[in-house]
Design a binder for this molecule. Structure first.
Ligand code: BDP
Length: 701
């Protein structure tokens, strides 16, 4: 198995009893709406049921007539249900939104039927995928009563894909968008991509890089974008594009891109109108402005509100939105990069138009293996904030290392911001319930590329899947997500499920331990961010250098963000600020994120910080060893190809975990001047050797 089918494997169910029980329930498939979305739902049933049940001709079961006297499955939107069923389902329909679905067993004319329904066709499609999942995970089809609806409206993937098909921070081959052959050549992958997304409820995709190229907005490219939008439409997926702020000059021939200039304003209005002529259900723009050299309103003495609102006004007549990113930090502010987005954006609370969302990374620095939640969450009650998670593993071993990210997403989402008192979790900020937001959204920076298995490592398909599940419901448990993904992807054999689940659930903590324990951050090598580089100190901007973040010296290590230091803790609600500032209450996971401490500092375990740090690095290595051993036990229980591939990758991960441990400890040891504690393995290489390692063609830059 080469992994291409992701979690939509639909392999034949081996247990004859289970299979037979399903077959007996599915004597017919009735559909009451004739529509392209219902058609793809029927297609999916066809693929799924023929695969899992071994039925040779599922389409023979399908009919659009009335239910006859056989038990079966019925797909219908609310408006096509009989009056009786409408009455029966009334209270369930009250519980769901436009995308929510109901899967219910009912008796009609003394025969049992399973009905998949919702207010829209897309809702029925989501219900169909959920129905198939029941079979994929060998669950009973008796007395079904499933009611589920997404809690977040815009559930979006961000592709950092360039028009030349390279992918910024992409580690799974090239971009799946074959711009050169679009619009006439529609790669079959586009459909499979849409199926995978719809199966977890992802309903939007930003096709191109946030470091944008204005050409995407030219008619030549819009025609290509329209072709993709057409493939995705039946799956409920809207297309979005990044808007380069200087586009009016670059492709419009204007002399300025000043958002208050009349010509610029009308250029964007015209451009947006043109976009909607190509793509009538276009989603809107994602914008990275005045960040890392990207153009923006500040180039003209204007601010984020001026820029975002100008675009929002152009999009508003068509129902489009602006996702304006808050990932900003300036080279002129030397105190603390972690504070800048908050300082720049929070004063604008309530100033953005209704169709603007501010897209905020999960943490205040940049997608580190672990970060405390971004202080902006909860701090802008009058502005809808979107979460931006990174699915691609820029700082987490790229697509070589197995890291189950939903575990970390869950950690962030359930953290309490205390902004409206206890229980004001990040999840509630994002799903809009904390401040009654009308517009809600979440974005994940995709890890998908042209590799046959999509994500460069089959284990990392779980991160795409898990992101989608949490986007649908940010209160889901990572453990349950892991469990269902394994069943759909690998096997329902309890031993296999348990083993892979153990690997996934320990993997994030393992990576944090061997890369950046106790709140260390941004100590990766320069540029490609692959491997350790805590010694790097020669980059032009101070906050690009790892030494800026760890501040190790003879006195100790860590970034003081308390009142005595940068004061970043002040950006949190007072309960949180107190918790992080006070050494007794600061979670040890964030210790060096918020504090500069001596090497002798006593950790909760009683050992010194130096010993504790060394032991954590070792623990990370030990955990990967364990992951390798667990995986070995699966030989023969899953297919050979995926077994071998993951085995090789885990072995690399083990080697690299040791590399991280040794390089970091040798480097920090220069300052601590202390011996390694017992139990920590000694490096076989010197610090110089580590420093001299180069990776001239590391991917994803
Ligand atoms: C950083 C990446 C850079 C992205 C930037 C962003 O290193 O490639 O362009 O984030 O999010 O993590 O804009």
């Amino acid at each position: 198995d080469n992994g291409y089918n992701l979690w939509l494997q639909y392999v034949q169910i081996e247990d004859v009893n289970v299979r037979q029980a399903y077959i007996e329930k599915l004597n017919q498939i009735v559909y009451l709406n004739d529509n392209e979305t219902i058609n793809v739902a029927l297609d999916e049933l066809n693929i799924g049921l023929s695969g899992m049940l071994g039925l040779s001709d599922v389409s023979a079961l399908v009919n659009s007539e009335k239910i006859n006297n056989e038990s079966g499955l019925m797909l219908a939107t609310y408006s096509t249900l009989s009056d009786g069923l409408k009455r029966e389902f009334k209270s369930d329909f009250n519980k769901i939104n436009e995308e929510g679905f109901i899967i219910k067993s009912v008796i009609i004319n003394n025969v049992s039927q399973i009905i998949i329904t919702g207010k829209t066709e897309v809702a029925v499609l989501y219900g169909t995928f959920r129905f198939l999942k029941l079979l994929q995970s060998h669950q009973s089809l008796n007395n079904l009563n499933i009611i589920d609806a997404p809690k977040i409206q815009k559930r979006v993937l961000n592709h950092w894909d360039n028009l030349d098909r390279t992918v910024e921070r992409g580690y799974s081959g090239f971009s799946i968008w074959d711009w050169h052959r679009l619009p006439d050549y529609l790669d079959f992958r586009y459909t499979d991509y849409a199926r995978a997304n719809a199966s977890v409820g992802i309903n939007g995709t930003v096709l191109n890089n946030v470091n944008a190229n204005a050409n995407i907005l030219t008619p030549q490219y819009l025609e290509k974008v329209a072709a993709l939008a057409k493939v995705f439409r039946p799956y409920g997926i809207k297309v979005y594009l990044t808007a380069r702020f200087s586009a009016p000059m670059e492709i419009g021939g204007l002399k300025t891109s000043d958002p208050l200039d009349e010509d610029v304003i009308s250029w964007w209005k015209q451009k947006v109108k043109e976009v909607y002529q190509f793509i009538p259900d276009f989603g809107g723009f994602l914008v990275k402005a005045n960040s890392e050299g990207q153009p923006g309103p500040q180039n003209y003495g204007r601010n984020h509100v001026d820029g975002a609102n100008m675009l929002a006004e152009a999009l508003n007549p068509f129902g489009g939105i602006v996702m304006w990113r808050a990932f900003v930090y300036s080279e002129h502010d030397t105190t603390d990069r972690a504070k800048q987005a908050y300082s720049e954006f929070v004063p604008f609370d309530g100033k953005f138009k209704d169709n603007v969302l501010i897209q905020v990374k999960n943490g205040a620095i940049d997608f580190q293996p672990r970060e405390p939640f971004h202080p902006m969450f909860g701090a802008m009650p009058k502005t809808p904030l979107m979460m931006e998670f990174q699915i691609t593993q820029e700082y987490l071993g790229q697509s070589t290392h197995t890291v189950f990210l939903p575990k970390f997403y869950e950690e962030v989402l359930k953290t309490d911001t205390y902004r409206e008192g206890k229980g004001s979790t990040v999840a509630k900020v994002i799903d809009g319930s904390l401040n009654n937001q009308k517009l809600t959204g979440i974005a994940g920076v995709s890890n998908v590329g042209t590799d046959i298995n999509w994500t460069g490592n089959v284990m990392l398909q779980a991160n795409w899947y898990g992101y989608g599940r949490l986007a649908w419901n940010p209160d889901l448990k990572a453990e349950n997500i892991a469990n269902e993904w394994i069943r759909m992807t690998f096997s329902n054999d309890i031993a296999v499920v348990k083993t892979i689940e153990d690997i996934l659930l320990m993997s994030h903590e393992a990576v944090v331990n061997y890369m950046t324990p106790f709140g260390l951050h941004h100590i990766m090598a320069t540029g490609h961010h692959y491997g350790p580089g805590p010694w790097v100190a020669n980059l032009s901007r101070p906050e690009w250098n790892p030494v800026y973040y760890h501040k190790a010296d003879a006195n100790g290590i860590g970034f003081d963000r308390t009142e005595k230091g940068s004061g970043a803790t002040d950006q949190y609600a007072k309960e949180v600020s107190k918790e992080f500032s006070n050494l007794n209450s600061c979670p040890e996971e964030y210790l060096l994120w918020f504090h500069h401490l001596s090497w002798e500092y006593k950790l909760k375990s009683g050992v010194t910080l130096w010993d504790g740090l060394a032991l954590k690095y070792q623990e990370g290595v030990n955990q990967v060893k364990q992951m390798v051993d667990y995986w070995k036990s699966l030989e023969g229980k899953i297919d050979q190809q995926r077994f071998k591939e993951v085995e090789m990758l885990l072995n690399i991960q083990l080697k690299e975990a040791k590399w991280w441990r040794d390089a970091c400890l040798l480097y920090f040891q220069q300052f601590s001047k202390k011996q390694l504690p017992q139990g920590v393995e000694k490096s076989t290489k010197s610090l110089e050797e580590f420093k001299n390692m180069t990776f001239p063609f590391a991917p994803g830059n």
